[in-house]
Write a protein that binds this ligand. Structure first.
Ligand SMILES: [Zn+2]
Length: 105
C-alpha cells in the first residue's frame, strides 16, 4: 500500500488551481459542448474530410474546428456550413481579432 507523501511534499491548494488549464470559454454551456461526444465525433468527421486549413494561402494541417459565426454570438453550433478547419496559427489570429473586436464594443 503506497504511503501518502509527507505534508511538506504536497502541492499547495493554490498552486493546484493555478496549474489547471484556463477555461477559455466563459460560458459553461459552450464549454460542455466542446467536451461532448457529439462534438468530438463531428470534429473527427469534419477534420477527416477537410484536413487542410481553410484560410487562402495557408496549406497547413487543420487542427481546430472553428465556428465561422461564433456560438457566443448566436452562430449555429452543429451546422457544418458554420464550421471551418483552421491551423493553430490561423486559429490564433482569428481568436485575437475577435477578442480585440469584442473589447472595442
Ligand atoms: Zn492556416
Amino acid at each position: 500500500m503506497p504511503k501518502m507523501p509527507d505534508k511538506k511534499y504536497r502541492i499547495p491548494e493554490a498552486k493546484r488551481v493555478h496549474n489547471k488549464p484556463k477555461n477559455w470559454l466563459k460560458n459553461q454551456e459552450h464549454s460542455n459542448i466542446y467536451h461532448s461526444t457529439r462534438w468530438r465525433k463531428l470534429r473527427d468527421w469534419y477534420m477527416m474530410n477537410n484536413p487542410v486549413c481553410i484560410i487562402p494561402g495557408c496549406s497547413r494541417a487543420a487542427k481546430f474546428l472553428d465556428h465561422k459565426d461564433p456560438i457566443g454570438d448566436g452562430g449555429a453550433i452543429w451546422d457544418t456550413n458554420n464550421l471551418q478547419g483552421l491551423c493553430s496559427s490561423c486559429n490564433g489570429r482569428k481568436t485575437a481579432k475577435q477578442k480585440s473586436y469584442t473589447k472595442k464594443i
